[in-house]
Write a protein that binds this ligand. Structure first.
Ligand SMILES: [Zn+2]
Length: 475
C-alpha cells in the first residue's frame, strides 16, 4: 500500500499524489504569537510533524513551511470577541506588539523542541512578508476579484463561485464567517477584508491602498505561494481553520493565479480536555510549560497526543497522561533490554512475527496516519519479542525495527544532553570503583545522587552497569 490520506476537500480517503513524484511541498498553518500555544494547538503541529516524518521514512523529499502570525487581527473566527488579540496582549503585558510577538515566538520554538517536533525548513513571519501580501492583493484587484472601499480592500466573493466548497458552507453560513467586518461599504456581506486601515492599530504599513495592515487570510496564501510555488501538495491546519481561513486562502490563491492552490487538504480534529471543550475563555487549557512544571515528561505528552489518530477527537486527561508515561517507560526499558539481549550482534533476517508487527505499523501509517494502529504494531513487537525472550540477531532485528518506528513517533529515544551525560558517566564510574573497593556507603551515596538526577542504574548480568532516565529527577 502507498500513503493514503483523508482529503478534506474531496471528503474521502485518496492516494497521496504530489505534483512532482517523490517530492512534497507542505504548508502548515502555524501559531498566532500573542500568548503561549496550548496542547490543543500542539496536537495540530505534532500531526504535521508526524506526517512529515512518515513521508520521509517512506522515501519522499519533503519541504515543510509553517507560518508565524505576528500581525494582530480582528480574528474572523471569533466574531463575538472582535478584539485584536495581539494588541490586547500588548496592553495587558505593557509591551509593544513587536515585543509580544518576539516573546511568544521564542516560547513557541522552545515548546516545539520540548515536544520533539522537528523544525520546519522555514518559518515565515507575516511581518516579513507584507510586500508579498500587497502583491497578491494587487493581483486580485487587477483580476477583478477584489475592490477598494473606504481605505480597505475586500475580496469580492461573488467573483469566485467555488467559495464554500472546502467547508461545505453555503448562504448564511458564509456570511457568519465574515461577520467581524460588518462594514457597510462591503458589496456583499460574505466579502472579507484583504487590507484594512485603522489609525489606532499599533502595527501599520504603507501600501498602494493606503496605510494599514493585512487581513489574516492573505498572509497564508501569499507566503505559502511565494515560498513553495503556486500549487502546494499538502496544506494542513486544525479543523477550526477550515472556515473561514482556508476557504479564504483558496479564493485568494486561485483568484490570483488561476491555478489549483492545494492538491490535498488535511485537518486535525480539536482536543477535548477531561471530556469537555478546551478554550482560552474557559481557562481550562494546558500549555507545554505548565505540564512540565507539574512534573510531566514531555515525551509522555507527545505519546498521549499521538495515541489517537489526528482525525479522531482526543480526550486529554491527566490520568491518560500518566498511562502514556508508563507506556513510554516500558518501551524505553524494552529498548534497553533488547540492546543487552542483542549483545552487539548484527540484525538477522526478521522472523515472521517481527515482519507482521512492522507491517501493522506501516499499513496503519499509510492508512491516513493512523498512529493508534501504528502503536499497536510497536507494542506487538515488544510483547512478541519479550514472550519469545529473543537474543542475538533476532533481538538486534527487533531493536532496528523499533528504532525505525521511532524515527516517526520519537517516543523511545532517550534525551541525552551531553553535559549531563558526562556527569552521569563520571558518577557511574566512581560508584563502580567504590563497589570494587567494597566501600558500600559511598556507592549508595552515589546511587542516591543519581536518583536525584532522575537516573536509574541497571546492574547487568555481564557486570556492566547501564543507566537510563526515569524522568522523575529533581534537577
Ligand atoms: Zn494559515
Amino acid at each position: 500500500m502507498s500513503f493514503h490520506l483523508y482529503d478534506s476537500m474531496r471528503r474521502e480517503k485518496v492516494p497521496f499524489e504530489p505534483l512532482i513524484p517523490g517530492k512534497v511541498a507542505m504548508y502548515n498553518c502555524g501559531p498566532t504569537v500573542y500568548s503561549a500555544a496550548h496542547i490543543g494547538n500542539f496536537r495540530s503541529f505534532l500531526f504535521a510533524d508526524v506526517l512529515r516524518r512518515w513521508l520521509e521514512v517512506s522515501g519522499y523529499e519533503v519541504t515543510q513551511v509553517m507560518n508565524i502570525t505576528d500581525v494582530g487581527h480582528l480574528r474572523d473566527d471569533d466574531p463575538e470577541q472582535g478584539a485584536d488579540k495581539m494588541e490586547e496582549a500588548a496592553k495587558k503585558e505593557q509591551l509593544d506588539p513587536w515585543k509580544i510577538a518576539e516573546k511568544y515566538t521564542a516560547l513557541f520554538f522552545e515548546d516545539l523542541d520540548t515536544l520533539r517536533i522537528q523544525r520546519a525548513h522555514q518559518y515565515p513571519r507575516a511581518t516579513d512578508h507584507i510586500p508579498q501580501m500587497i502583491e497578491q492583493i494587487q493581483q486580485l484587484l487587477d483580476s477583478g476579484h477584489a475592490y477598494e472601499a473606504s481605505g480597505a480592500v475586500y475580496y469580492d466573493v461573488s467573483s469566485f463561485p467555488a467559495y464554500g466548497r472546502l467547508s461545505g458552507n453555503t448562504g448564511d453560513d458564509l456570511i457568519a464567517g465574515a461577520r467581524v467586518a460588518v462594514a457597510e461599504e462591503k458589496k456583499d456581506p460574505r466579502d472579507f477584508a484583504l487590507w484594512k486601515s485603522d489609525p489606532h492599530h499599533l502595527m501599520q504599513w504603507d501600501s498602494p491602498f493606503g496605510r494599514g495592515f493585512p487581513g489574516w487570510h492573505i498572509e497564508c496564501s501569499a507566503m505559502s505561494q511565494s515560498i513553495l510555488g503556486e500549487t502546494l501538495d499538502l496544506h494542513t491546519g486544525g479543523e477550526d481553520n477550515v472556515f473561514p481561513h482556508h476557504e479564504c486562502e483558496i479564493a485568494q490563491a486561485e483568484g490570483a493565479t488561476g491555478k489549483p492552490f492545494v492538491r490535498h487538504w488535511m485537518h486535525a480534529r480539536h482536543l477535548m480536555l477531561d471530556g469537555g471543550k478546551m478554550s482560552k475563555s474557559l481557562g481550562n487549557l494546558y500549555t507545554i510549560g505548565q505540564l512540565a512544571e507539574m512534573g510531566h515528561d514531555p515525551v509522555a505528552v507527545r505519546f498521549a497526543l499521538l495515541r489517537v489518530q489526528y482525525r479522531q477527537v482526543l480526550n486529554f486527561t491527566l490520568p491518560g497522561l500518566e498511562e502514556a508515561a508508563t507506556a513510554v517507560r516500558r518501551l524505553r526499558l524494552f529498548a534497553t533490554d533488547m540492546e543487552e539481549a542483542a549483545a552487539g550482534a548484527e540484525p538477522g533476517d526478521p522472523p515472521a512475527w517481527l515482519t507482521a508487527a512492522v507491517q501493522r505499523f506501516d499499513e496503519s501509517m499509510d492508512d491516513d496516519l493512523n498512529t493508534s494502529g501504528a502503536l499497536d504494531g510497536v507494542f506487538t513487537l515488544m510483547n512478541e519479542a519479550n514472550r519469545r525472550k529473543v537474543t542475538g540477531p533476532d533481538a538486534a532485528a527487533a531493536l532496528a525495527a523499533l528504532r525505525r518506528m521511532d524515527r516517526v513517533l520519537d517516543v523511545v529515544r532517550e534525551d541525552a544532553p551531553e553535559d549531563l551525560d558526562a556527569e552521569v558517566e563520571d558518577l557511574v564510574r566512581r560508584r563502580t570503583e567504590a563497589r570494587a573497593a567494597k566501600d558500600w556507603a559511598t556507592a549508595d551515596e552515589i546511587r542516591d545522587r543519581l536518583a536525584e538526577l532522575g537516573i536509574e542504574l541497571l546492574d547487568g548480568k555481564d557486570g556492566k552497569v547501564r543507566w537510563r532516565r526515569t524522568g522523575a529527577g529533581a534537577s
